[in-house]
Design a protein around this ligand. Structure first.
Ligand code: SAM
Length: 274
Protein backbone atom coordinates (compact mmCIF):
# COMPACT_ATOMS: atom_id res chain seq x y z
CA UNK A 1 0.00 0.00 0.00
CA UNK A 2 1.27 3.50 -0.82
CA UNK A 3 2.47 5.39 2.25
CA UNK A 4 1.04 8.76 3.31
CA UNK A 5 3.26 11.67 2.28
CA UNK A 6 3.72 14.58 4.68
CA UNK A 7 4.21 18.26 3.94
CA UNK A 8 4.45 20.15 7.20
CA UNK A 9 5.78 23.52 8.33
CA UNK A 10 8.99 23.74 10.35
CA UNK A 11 7.48 23.55 13.85
CA UNK A 12 4.66 21.28 12.70
CA UNK A 13 7.24 18.67 11.60
CA UNK A 14 8.30 18.26 15.25
CA UNK A 15 5.05 16.34 15.91
CA UNK A 16 6.71 13.38 14.22
CA UNK A 17 9.26 13.15 17.06
CA UNK A 18 6.83 12.26 19.89
CA UNK A 19 4.82 10.18 17.43
CA UNK A 20 7.93 8.09 16.74
CA UNK A 21 8.73 7.96 20.46
CA UNK A 22 5.29 6.53 21.18
CA UNK A 23 5.60 4.07 18.28
CA UNK A 24 8.94 2.79 19.64
CA UNK A 25 7.37 2.50 23.09
CA UNK A 26 4.54 0.42 21.61
CA UNK A 27 7.15 -2.03 20.29
CA UNK A 28 9.05 -2.20 23.60
CA UNK A 29 8.96 -5.30 25.79
CA UNK A 30 7.23 -3.30 28.54
CA UNK A 31 5.39 -0.41 26.90
CA UNK A 32 4.31 2.57 28.99
CA UNK A 33 1.60 4.07 26.77
CA UNK A 34 0.76 1.04 24.59
CA UNK A 35 0.07 3.41 21.71
CA UNK A 36 -0.49 0.93 18.89
CA UNK A 37 -2.11 3.66 16.80
CA UNK A 38 1.15 5.63 16.85
CA UNK A 39 2.97 2.52 15.70
CA UNK A 40 0.50 2.05 12.81
CA UNK A 41 0.77 5.74 11.83
CA UNK A 42 4.57 5.59 11.74
CA UNK A 43 4.39 2.49 9.56
CA UNK A 44 2.03 4.23 7.13
CA UNK A 45 3.78 7.63 6.85
CA UNK A 46 6.47 8.12 4.21
CA UNK A 47 9.16 9.76 6.36
CA UNK A 48 12.67 8.97 7.53
CA UNK A 49 11.78 8.45 11.21
CA UNK A 50 15.06 6.61 11.82
CA UNK A 51 16.89 9.97 11.73
CA UNK A 52 15.35 10.68 15.16
CA UNK A 53 17.57 9.28 17.88
CA UNK A 54 18.45 9.86 21.50
CA UNK A 55 16.82 10.21 24.90
CA UNK A 56 14.17 12.73 23.81
CA UNK A 57 12.21 9.89 22.16
CA UNK A 58 11.78 8.05 25.45
CA UNK A 59 11.38 11.39 27.21
CA UNK A 60 8.35 12.25 25.10
CA UNK A 61 6.70 9.02 26.29
CA UNK A 62 7.37 9.84 29.96
CA UNK A 63 6.04 13.35 29.37
CA UNK A 64 2.82 12.04 27.82
CA UNK A 65 2.39 9.63 30.73
CA UNK A 66 2.61 12.52 33.22
CA UNK A 67 0.05 14.58 31.27
CA UNK A 68 -2.14 11.47 30.90
CA UNK A 69 -2.10 11.13 34.70
CA UNK A 70 -3.55 14.63 35.11
CA UNK A 71 -6.14 14.23 32.36
CA UNK A 72 -7.23 10.84 33.77
CA UNK A 73 -7.65 12.39 37.24
CA UNK A 74 -9.67 15.27 35.76
CA UNK A 75 -11.96 12.82 33.95
CA UNK A 76 -12.36 10.73 37.10
CA UNK A 77 -13.62 13.87 38.85
CA UNK A 78 -15.52 15.24 35.82
CA UNK A 79 -16.52 12.34 33.54
CA UNK A 80 -18.49 14.70 31.27
CA UNK A 81 -15.71 17.29 31.14
CA UNK A 82 -14.06 18.79 28.07
CA UNK A 83 -10.40 18.13 27.25
CA UNK A 84 -8.75 20.47 24.75
CA UNK A 85 -5.41 19.45 23.32
CA UNK A 86 -3.60 22.61 22.15
CA UNK A 87 -1.10 21.70 19.43
CA UNK A 88 -2.33 18.10 19.32
CA UNK A 89 -0.17 16.90 16.43
CA UNK A 90 -0.97 13.21 16.02
CA UNK A 91 -1.63 12.74 19.72
CA UNK A 92 -3.82 9.77 20.56
CA UNK A 93 -4.67 10.92 24.09
CA UNK A 94 -8.39 10.98 23.35
CA UNK A 95 -8.15 7.29 22.39
CA UNK A 96 -5.93 6.37 25.31
CA UNK A 97 -8.11 7.99 27.96
CA UNK A 98 -11.64 8.25 26.59
CA UNK A 99 -14.32 7.27 29.10
CA UNK A 100 -17.27 7.18 26.67
CA UNK A 101 -18.64 10.51 27.95
CA UNK A 102 -16.00 13.24 27.76
CA UNK A 103 -15.79 15.85 24.98
CA UNK A 104 -12.45 16.13 23.18
CA UNK A 105 -11.00 18.87 20.96
CA UNK A 106 -7.71 18.37 19.13
CA UNK A 107 -6.52 21.78 17.97
CA UNK A 108 -3.59 22.34 15.65
CA UNK A 109 -2.53 24.41 12.63
CA UNK A 110 -4.32 23.66 9.33
CA UNK A 111 -1.55 21.57 7.72
CA UNK A 112 -1.28 19.39 10.82
CA UNK A 113 -5.05 18.97 11.07
CA UNK A 114 -5.12 18.00 7.40
CA UNK A 115 -2.65 15.22 8.21
CA UNK A 116 -4.53 14.33 11.39
CA UNK A 117 -7.75 13.91 9.40
CA UNK A 118 -6.13 11.17 7.32
CA UNK A 119 -6.00 9.04 10.48
CA UNK A 120 -8.83 10.28 12.71
CA UNK A 121 -12.47 10.99 11.95
CA UNK A 122 -14.47 13.46 14.02
CA UNK A 123 -17.25 11.96 16.10
CA UNK A 124 -20.05 13.36 18.22
CA UNK A 125 -17.57 13.81 21.08
CA UNK A 126 -14.27 14.29 19.27
CA UNK A 127 -13.48 17.31 17.09
CA UNK A 128 -10.31 18.32 15.27
CA UNK A 129 -9.98 22.12 15.18
CA UNK A 130 -7.82 23.73 12.48
CA UNK A 131 -6.78 26.89 14.31
CA UNK A 132 -3.84 28.55 16.03
CA UNK A 133 -3.30 28.52 19.77
CA UNK A 134 -2.34 32.15 19.29
CA UNK A 135 -5.86 33.07 18.10
CA UNK A 136 -9.12 33.06 19.99
CA UNK A 137 -11.62 32.42 17.17
CA UNK A 138 -12.06 28.81 18.35
CA UNK A 139 -12.92 29.75 21.95
CA UNK A 140 -16.70 29.85 21.47
CA UNK A 141 -16.89 26.41 19.86
CA UNK A 142 -15.14 24.96 22.89
CA UNK A 143 -17.10 27.10 25.38
CA UNK A 144 -20.39 25.75 24.02
CA UNK A 145 -19.76 22.45 25.82
CA UNK A 146 -20.13 24.28 29.16
CA UNK A 147 -17.03 22.62 30.66
CA UNK A 148 -15.43 22.00 33.04
CA UNK A 149 -12.35 22.37 30.89
CA UNK A 150 -8.90 20.82 30.92
CA UNK A 151 -6.39 22.33 28.45
CA UNK A 152 -3.27 20.33 27.74
CA UNK A 153 -0.45 21.69 25.63
CA UNK A 154 2.42 19.29 25.32
CA UNK A 155 5.70 20.37 23.68
CA UNK A 156 4.09 23.35 21.94
CA UNK A 157 4.48 26.60 23.90
CA UNK A 158 8.24 26.00 24.09
CA UNK A 159 8.41 26.98 20.42
CA UNK A 160 6.80 30.39 21.04
CA UNK A 161 8.27 33.65 22.26
CA UNK A 162 7.57 34.51 25.88
CA UNK A 163 5.16 37.34 25.01
CA UNK A 164 3.19 34.91 22.82
CA UNK A 165 2.93 32.38 25.66
CA UNK A 166 1.82 35.14 28.01
CA UNK A 167 -0.90 36.29 25.63
CA UNK A 168 -2.17 32.67 25.19
CA UNK A 169 -2.37 32.29 28.98
CA UNK A 170 -4.04 35.67 29.50
CA UNK A 171 -6.63 34.99 26.78
CA UNK A 172 -7.46 31.53 28.19
CA UNK A 173 -7.68 32.92 31.73
CA UNK A 174 -10.05 35.65 30.54
CA UNK A 175 -12.44 33.24 28.77
CA UNK A 176 -12.09 30.05 30.84
CA UNK A 177 -11.43 31.16 34.44
CA UNK A 178 -11.13 28.23 36.83
CA UNK A 179 -10.15 25.78 34.06
CA UNK A 180 -7.04 23.58 34.28
CA UNK A 181 -4.12 24.29 31.98
CA UNK A 182 -1.13 21.99 31.75
CA UNK A 183 2.02 22.58 29.76
CA UNK A 184 5.74 21.90 29.86
CA UNK A 185 8.50 24.44 30.48
CA UNK A 186 12.19 24.29 29.68
CA UNK A 187 14.88 26.06 31.66
CA UNK A 188 18.12 27.58 30.36
CA UNK A 189 20.13 24.35 30.70
CA UNK A 190 17.74 22.54 28.37
CA UNK A 191 17.49 25.38 25.88
CA UNK A 192 21.27 25.80 25.64
CA UNK A 193 21.66 22.09 24.89
CA UNK A 194 19.28 21.92 21.94
CA UNK A 195 21.93 21.90 19.25
CA UNK A 196 23.56 18.89 20.92
CA UNK A 197 20.26 17.00 21.14
CA UNK A 198 20.16 14.38 18.34
CA UNK A 199 16.45 14.94 17.60
CA UNK A 200 17.03 18.63 17.02
CA UNK A 201 19.93 17.85 14.69
CA UNK A 202 17.31 16.19 12.47
CA UNK A 203 14.87 19.13 12.22
CA UNK A 204 15.12 22.88 11.65
CA UNK A 205 12.75 23.97 14.44
CA UNK A 206 14.20 25.25 17.70
CA UNK A 207 12.53 25.93 21.02
CA UNK A 208 12.69 29.58 22.04
CA UNK A 209 10.83 30.18 25.31
CA UNK A 210 12.99 29.69 28.39
CA UNK A 211 11.32 29.36 31.78
CA UNK A 212 13.44 28.37 34.78
CA UNK A 213 10.69 28.67 37.36
CA UNK A 214 7.05 27.85 36.49
CA UNK A 215 5.99 29.47 39.78
CA UNK A 216 7.03 32.79 38.27
CA UNK A 217 4.19 32.40 35.73
CA UNK A 218 1.60 32.99 38.45
CA UNK A 219 1.81 36.71 37.62
CA UNK A 220 0.16 35.89 34.29
CA UNK A 221 -3.17 34.75 35.74
CA UNK A 222 -2.19 31.19 36.70
CA UNK A 223 -2.00 29.26 39.93
CA UNK A 224 0.62 26.49 39.97
CA UNK A 225 -0.89 23.31 41.39
CA UNK A 226 1.82 20.77 40.53
CA UNK A 227 5.20 20.86 38.81
CA UNK A 228 6.89 17.57 37.97
CA UNK A 229 10.03 16.28 36.29
CA UNK A 230 10.88 12.84 34.93
CA UNK A 231 12.31 12.15 38.40
CA UNK A 232 9.11 13.16 40.21
CA UNK A 233 6.09 11.80 38.29
CA UNK A 234 2.77 11.26 40.08
CA UNK A 235 3.40 8.11 42.21
CA UNK A 236 0.66 6.12 40.41
CA UNK A 237 2.18 7.11 37.03
CA UNK A 238 5.76 6.35 38.09
CA UNK A 239 4.70 2.87 39.20
CA UNK A 240 3.83 2.04 35.57
CA UNK A 241 7.35 2.90 34.35
CA UNK A 242 10.10 0.35 33.83
CA UNK A 243 12.75 0.38 36.57
CA UNK A 244 15.36 2.07 34.40
CA UNK A 245 13.16 5.20 34.36
CA UNK A 246 11.58 4.82 37.80
CA UNK A 247 14.93 4.55 39.57
CA UNK A 248 17.22 5.90 36.85
CA UNK A 249 15.62 9.35 36.60
CA UNK A 250 15.89 10.21 40.33
CA UNK A 251 19.51 8.98 40.24
CA UNK A 252 20.29 11.11 37.18
CA UNK A 253 18.62 14.08 38.87
CA UNK A 254 21.00 13.66 41.82
CA UNK A 255 24.09 13.21 39.65
CA UNK A 256 23.37 15.91 37.04
CA UNK A 257 20.50 18.01 38.43
CA UNK A 258 20.04 20.41 35.47
CA UNK A 259 19.73 17.48 33.00
CA UNK A 260 16.46 16.44 34.65
CA UNK A 261 15.21 19.41 36.65
CA UNK A 262 15.35 21.92 33.83
CA UNK A 263 12.43 20.27 31.98
CA UNK A 264 9.14 20.46 33.86
CA UNK A 265 5.57 19.33 33.32
CA UNK A 266 3.20 21.74 35.06
CA UNK A 267 -0.42 21.77 36.10
CA UNK A 268 -2.00 25.18 36.62
CA UNK A 269 -5.45 26.53 37.17
CA UNK A 270 -6.49 29.63 35.30
CA UNK A 271 -7.37 32.62 37.40
CA UNK A 272 -9.13 35.61 35.96
CA UNK A 273 -6.44 38.15 34.99
CA UNK A 274 -6.76 41.59 36.66
C1 SAM B 1 6.41 18.81 19.22
S1 SAM B 1 4.84 18.84 18.44
C2 SAM B 1 3.82 18.19 19.77
C3 SAM B 1 2.59 17.51 19.26
C4 SAM B 1 1.74 16.83 20.36
N1 SAM B 1 1.39 17.75 21.40
C5 SAM B 1 2.46 15.63 20.92
O1 SAM B 1 2.98 15.71 22.04
O2 SAM B 1 2.52 14.60 20.22
C6 SAM B 1 4.39 20.57 18.37
C7 SAM B 1 3.00 20.79 17.82
O3 SAM B 1 2.64 22.18 17.98
C8 SAM B 1 1.85 22.54 16.87
N2 SAM B 1 1.81 24.00 16.76
C9 SAM B 1 2.85 24.84 16.54
N3 SAM B 1 2.42 26.11 16.49
C10 SAM B 1 1.07 26.07 16.72
C11 SAM B 1 0.06 27.06 16.79
N4 SAM B 1 0.34 28.36 16.62
N5 SAM B 1 -1.21 26.67 17.02
C12 SAM B 1 -1.51 25.34 17.18
N6 SAM B 1 -0.58 24.35 17.13
C13 SAM B 1 0.69 24.72 16.90
C14 SAM B 1 2.56 21.84 15.72
O4 SAM B 1 1.77 21.77 14.55
C15 SAM B 1 2.85 20.48 16.34
O5 SAM B 1 1.77 19.59 16.15
Amino acid sequence: MAKESVRLGTVQETLLIPLYGRALDAKARRPILRDDRARAMVESIDYDFAKFRGPSLGGSVLRSAIFDGWVARFLAEHPDGTVIELGAGLSTRSHRLDNGRARWFDLDLPDTVQLRRRFFTDSERTTALAASVLDTDWFEQVARTGGPYFFVSEAVLLYFREEQVRSVVRALAGRFPGACLSFDTGGGAMMRNQDRNPVFKAVDARMTWTCDDPKSLEDWGLRLRESRTFATPQPDVGRTWPRRHRYGMPLLARLVPPAVNSYRMNLFSLEKAE
